[in-house]
Write a protein that binds this ligand. Structure first.
Ligand SMILES: [Zn+2]
Length: 130
């Protein structure tokens, strides 16, 4: 009986420091995995900002609009628009509202391809998308 008492004392001191953190961390990780829809924004209220930009842009693709075409997008679903960085973050753009615009998926695909080409061009290539 003396021995089990010793074990209790040991248990009492040991788990306080690293022991209490471990289960907590695992819980957060699992939560984080399920909760990835704001993904990659470093915890900023991105969804709200996106909705605000869409609102500001009247739910119209700004790239189509500049060509004089009306291309409505929605927040969710099949025709969901993309909240696009006008100057890509990779090229020094910011997350500010005035660097964001609403575009459609089609334009997003084109823009992404153009940015990838520019990225390649920065590394010595000469390809410019017209
Ligand atoms: Zn478009």
């Amino acid at each position: 009986m003396m021995r089990s008492q010793a074990v209790f004392t040991w248990m009492d001191q040991m788990p306080r420091k690293p022991g209490t953190h471990k289960p907590m961390r695992r819980l957060t990780e699992r939560h984080g995995a399920n909760d990835r829809w704001g993904s990659g924004r470093g915890g900023r209220p991105w969804r709200r900002q996106r909705a605000r930009i869409f609102e500001r842009d009247d739910y119209l693709c700004q790239i189509h609009l500049r060509r004089g075409e009306i291309r409505p997008v929605t927040l969710h679903g099949k025709y969901a628009g993309v909240c696009d960085h006008i100057i890509p973050l990779a090229e020094g753009g910011t997350d500010d509202d005035d660097n964001l615009q609403t575009i459609c998926q089609e334009c997003d695909k084109e823009k992404t391809a153009a940015e990838a080409a520019r990225g390649a061009a920065r590394n010595g290539g000469g390809y410019v998308k017209s």
